[in-house]
Write a protein that binds this ligand. Structure first.
Ligand code: ADP
Ligand code: ZN
Length: 614
């Protein structure tokens, strides 16, 4: 077969391009509408969840319009893989960034000017240099795609000042269509993107933000590393995953702990030398079953499709950040999990960070609101997914059946009296003794424990001593956590996180307000593998499983030879389909999703041989 895959690009329909080049049968959701709009020269704002298929929204139009599609992407480290994936399907793609030698960059520039590129990836700071702006004038720009457009939002969690300069595109090339894409956007962030990128007249395409294949679970934190290990061993042995921790120290300790316990884990945070970070990222992308333990410095733009879980061992600062991070699980649409462990200490720590941050008052207020929304999600007794989607302004009328609340419903109980006991202990300590304490000592007092500290301070003389024998330590921690989460107790950071009353505490103390609290579901010890979400290979009938294994081994060796991640050659989902269909001819093979003209040509005969051999 000698049909060129990508060129000549014009004169074919969008669907034709999708099938021929990418080997996909149909557009998904809004993709077709976006493509038609942009091919026609319109600007677009595309909001789709991670894994929704944003790339095709600009890649297909770039192939169909005259000239080169210029993609602005913040992540130099990932451009290489993106370009490699495009070259694999026969698209003429290249990037310009600081990792290249002068000669390499010159060659790319020449190719652009000569009209030999379908897509050109550039980092924003590079694009905005005079040299690059002039270069673009010497060739033809088919469109601008602004990836991760939420980076322009100053209030967001990924703000990149370079993005602000992109307003220049509209002024300098008013006739070139622009597509801004992001997977994260509250109404506020959306407005900011439109405003700062001058997209007032752009058509908006908003896909559902639901990720039905992700199971959300939020558990009470006690021994978090043990809990994490158990979660990985029970549900995700051998799977690729990302574990997010707030601090660098937390990252290192957790990665060490996992490694000691037989998990193939690597650390990633901004304090590591650049080569170590790059090497760890490359291993995560290129090898199967690596767990990356990271701060939020890791993950944007990571398009590894088979990340089976994302775990948070510290509570994220906002729902937006949480959703963005969890969204990195299961881009391939297969079952995946988002797991978060959360406890009193998280609330205390986050409130402290806000109090101690240098921002001005509106900024602090905003951070406090974001934290409250996150706390609301953690403490809710309703479906997590409904709550998440509501946060993004998307009603979801039924409970999802695929989150911890739906699967193991927590109970609510009337915690008014328990809350009053806690609050009056705080009140008495302060007013009778001028003392403030943290949760641990308060619980000892309530439960009537004669600890050295209690005796030393004669706290057994307090009228609240021993009034809390009806609840366990853990239950009291739950009560206190929820009081702090709801702003009914405040944390005094100067006094070693001791607790104090707030304005709102009064109503509860006076019995003017009833408090419904969440009771953690009693966890039956799940049998090993009980709710295990199996790796894709296990779902296949034996013969197909054997073929799948052969194909994966073959893919691994090809990927090694080409120096690219395995999924750049073929996705698991494509190999699965091949394994199931056991194609006998190139014609059969061409009907599999993910096998376009170029890949059929490069790999078809090899694959048929593998299938026959297996
Ligand atoms: P996003 O950038 O929105 O996170 P991607 O563009 O990386 O998502 O697409 C997610 C996955 O879905 C990719 O593996 C991609 O190949 C696949 N995909 C996208 N559109 C289609 C389609 N129309 N048919 C089949 N697979 C698709
Ligand atoms: Zn649910």
């Amino acid at each position: 077969m000698s049909v060129p895959a990508a060129s000549p690009p014009f004169a074919s329909s969008a669907l034709d391009t999708l099938r021929r080049v990418f080997g996909y049968e149909q557009f998904r959701g809004e993709q077709h509408a976006v493509v038609e709009h942009v091919v026609g020269g319109g600007d677009a704002l595309v909001l789709m969840p991670t894994g929704g298929g944003k790339s095709l929204c600009y890649q297909v139009p770039a192939l169909m319009r005259q000239g080169t599609g210029v993609v602005i992407s913040p992540l130099i480290a990932l451009m290489q893989d993106q370009v490699a994936a495009l070259l694999e399907v026969g698209v003429r793609a290249a990037y310009l960034n600081s990792s290249q030698s002068f000669d390499e960059a010159r060659a790319v520039e020449r190719a652009y000017v000569a009209g030999e590129l379908d897509l050109l990836y550039v980092a924003p700071e590079r694009l905005l240099t005079e040299r690059c702006l002039q270069l673009l004038d010497h060739g033809q720009v088919a469109l601008f795609a602004i990836d991760e457009a939420h980076c322009v939002s100053q209030w967001g969690h990924d703000f990149r000042p370079e993005y602000m300069g992109l307003s220049l595109l509209a002024e300098r090339w008013p006739q070139v269509p622009r597509v801004a894409l992001t997977a994260t956007a509250t109404a506020e962030t959306r407005d900011e993107i439109v405003e700062r990128l001058g997209l007032q007249d752009a058509a908006r395409f908003v896909a559902s933000f639901d990720r039905p294949n992700i199971r959300y679970r939020i558990v009470e934190k006690n021994e978090v590393r043990r809990q994490l290990l158990e979660f990985i061993q029970n549900d995700h042995a051998g799977d690729a995953g990302i574990v997010y921790a707030l601090s660098r120290a937390g990252v290192e300790k957790t990665a060490d702990f996992l490694v000691q316990n037989g998990v193939d884990a690597l650390p990633y945070h901004a304090g590591l030398p650049a080569q170590v970070r790059a090497a760890n990222q490359a291993r995560f992308l290129r090898e199967d079953g690596v767990v990356m333990v990271a701060t939020i410095a890791f993950g944007m733009g990571i398009d590894k499709p088979d990340v089976r879980f994302v775990a948070h061992i510290d509570m994220p600062r906002s729902v937006e950040g949480y959703y963005q991070e969890t969204g990195r699980a299961g881009r391939d649409g297969l079952p995946s999990q988002a797991w978060l462990a959360y406890g009193l200490q998280d609330v205390v720590q986050q409130r402290r960070m806000i109090d101690e941050s240098d921002g001005n008052d509106p900024h602090k207020r905003r951070m406090a609101q974001q934290l409250d929304a996150m706390l609301g999600l953690c403490e809710t007794v309703e479906c997590r997914r409904q709550r998440l989607l509501a946060y993004f302004g998307e009603p979801h009328t039924t409970a999802c059946g695929n989150c911890d609340v739906c699967l193991e419903p927590p109970q609510t109980w009337d915690g008014t009296v328990a809350a009053q006991k806690v609050l009056s202990a705080v009140f008495r300590l302060w007013h009778e003794r001028g003392q403030r304490y943290g949760a641990g000592h308060l619980i000892d007092i309530l439960r009537g424990k004669l600890t050295p500290r209690v005796q030393e301070n004669q706290h057994d003389q307090l009228s609240v001593f021993g009034v809390g024998g009806d609840h366990s330590d853990r239950e009291w921690r739950g009560v206190i956590r929820q009081l702090v989460a709801q702003g009914l107790l405040a944390v005094d950071h100067e006094g070693f996180s001791s607790l104090m009353l707030t304005e709102a505490s009064r109503e509860v103390l006076k019995g003017q307000r009833q408090l419904l609290l969440r009771r953690e579901p009693v966890r039956e010890r799940r049998q090993r593998g009980g709710s295990r979400q199996r790796a894709p290979i296990i779902d296949l009938p034996p013969e197909a499983a054997a073929r799948f294994a052969e194909l994966r081994a073959w893919r691994a060796s090809v990927a090694r030879d080409h120096g690219v991640p395995a999924y750049v050659i073929f996705h698991d989902s494509t190999l699965r389909e091949i394994a199931l269909a056991a194609p006998r001819s190139l014609d059969d093979l061409s009907r599999i999703n993910g096998v376009g003209v170029r890949k059929l040509e490069s790999y078809g005969p090899d694959i048929l041989r593998q299938v026959r051999a297996a």
